[in-house]
Design a protein around this ligand. Structure first.
Ligand SMILES: NC(=O)C1=CN([C@@H]2O[C@H](COP(=O)(O)OP(=O)(O)OC[C@H]3O[C@@H](n4cnc5c(N)ncnc54)[C@H](OP(=O)(O)O)[C@@H]3O)[C@@H](O)[C@H]2O)C=CC1
Ligand SMILES: CC(=O)[C@@H](O)[C@H](O)COP(=O)(O)O
Ligand SMILES: [Mn+2]
Length: 392
């Protein structure tokens, strides 16, 4: 039996991970659950899965949850210290990282330091600190098993001899605005952008999918996970999200992994690896299905090109791009900036940054803090300009 700490249990990946645990019949046990502030759902999860520890980032949430769980022998911890304790606990072997955003970096590094296996959903961690995370994992001989559907697909298509890989083909749904021109993208509303055609996900990743920044982050994630140069990572639009990604070998043979758009499959594989478990989840039925593939439009969706450039340049630039994007997407979700404003903010912050090659944790966090502040300044400027006009 594997014992888990699940970071981000109240989110989309977190809830689906708990569904996998429920179906895994004695294979998986929960030691700790962590989230930010969703006390109501955390109470339900604690009562169902009986963890030893639950952690809430928010101070008020901790107080409320302690009250709600006072009839149970469950420890309620708080903040980053609580999260770090939950991922380094001697009882656990695996940490599922399903927090949203760069906040996942420090717990992932702490878990690696403590020798835990990482089932990694939280792609922003690898975008911000990929070199550091991968070199720490190598030193500690820790496994980082991908949960992201494309990376799980690639992982499942890998053969022993990785030197014979010629390229990775990352598929992308294209999001709700596939085929739209730059002009038409100017009319996007929050409600439209939150409607992903194939996947039900948290708000931040749903917006990233619509701008194609999600695919950009995934290109950087793939570079680190599979140690492949950017020239060997290709993005292909596949609006049906059935082929989750492909690997092309030096003899021209292409291996692909297919499945329904259901994150429980890659989550379960990261937890069952190196074996596979049966489950009752609905199966893929290809009868009558048409699968299509298209070139991405780098002009209408400049986030993808920006991520390739940030990944290629490396150093602190990917961390800066990621941080600016987190702030800009959050502002869009609060209707403070327009859809196209997201790209302007991220682009401006990236071009103002003096890239450092020093990739220790302190440099990454400093760059992240700087980028968040600059992004906030750009948002304030856009808001001020907008408040003086009627057409914003
Ligand atoms: N959803 C999906 O299908 C996929 C997601 N991913 C990646 O997985 C990660 C999670 O995505 P998703 O599940 O969609 O996101 P959600 O927004 O649905 O969930 C995020 C989770 O993280 C918690 N959280 C957020 N901020 C903090 C914080 N500062 N401290 C502690 N906990 C925090 C939230 O708690 P609370 O609810 O209390 O706010 C929630 O439990 C992302 O990195 C995403 O890119 C990758 C592939 C697919
Ligand atoms: C489910 C998953 O892995 C998401 O990252 C998904 O890939 C998002 O869809 P896009 O291909 O539209 O970015
Ligand atoms: Mn993905």
């Amino acid at each position: 039996m594997k014992t888990l700490t699940l970071l981000g249990s109240t989110g989309s990946i977190g809830r689906q991970t708990l569904d996998v645990v429920r179906h895994a019949e004695g294979e998986l046990k929960i030691h700790a659950l962590a989230a930010a502030k969703n006390v109501k759902l955390m109470e339900e999860q604690a009562r169902l899965f009986n963890p030893a520890v639950v952690v809430m980032m928010d101070e008020g949430a901790v107080r409320e949850l302690r009250g709600r769980l006072r009839d149970l022998p469950i420890k309620v911890d708080q903040g980053m210290e609580g999260i770090i304790n939950s991922v380094t606990a001697p009882q656990i072997d695996t940490v599922v990282t399903a927090l949203s955003g760069r906040i996942g970096l420090e717990p992932t590094l702490a878990a690696i330091e403590a020798g835990k296996t990482i089932a990694l959903a939280n792609k922003e961690t690898l975008v911000a600190g990929g070199d550091l995370v991968m070199s720490s994992a190598k030193k500690k001989n820790c496994k980082i098993l991908p949960v992201d559907s494309e990376h799980s697909a690639i992982f499942q298509c890998l053969e022993e001899e990785s030197k014979t890989i010629e390229k990775i083909i990352l598929t992308a749904s294209g999001g709700p605005f596939f085929g739209w021109t730059k002009e038409k993208l100017g009319t996007v509303t929050l409600e439209k952008a939150l409607r992903h055609p194939n996947w039900e996900m948290g708000a931040k990743i749903t917006i990233d999918s619509s701008t194609m920044m999600n695919k950009g982050l995934e290109v950087i994630e793939a570079h680190h996970l599979f140690n492949i140069e950017y020239d060997g990572i290709e993005v292909l639009i596949h609006p049906q999200s059935v082929v989750h990604s492909m690997v092309e070998y030096c003899d021209g043979s292409v291996l692909a992994q297919l499945g329904r758009p259901d994150m429980r499959l890659p989550i379960q594989y990261a937890l069952s690896y190196p074996t596979r478990w049966k489950n009752p989840f609905e199966r893929l039925n290809l009868r009558g299905k048409t699968l299509t593939f298209h070139e991405p439009d780098f002009e209408a969706f400049p986030a993808l090109a920006m991520a390739y450039q940030a990944g290629r340049q490396g150093g602190t630039l990917p961390a800066v791009m990621n941080a600016a994007n987190e702030v800009a997407v959050s502002a869009f979700l609060q209707k403070k900036v327009s859809y196209l404003g997201i790209h302007d903010i991220v682009g401006n912050v990236c071009s103002e940054h003096h890239v450092l090659d020093n990739m220790d944790l302190e440099s990454i966090l400093d760059a992240d803090t700087w980028a968040r502040r600059r992004a906030e300044e750009h948002i304030a400027r856009l808001e001020a300009r907008c408040s003086n006009r009627k057409d914003c």
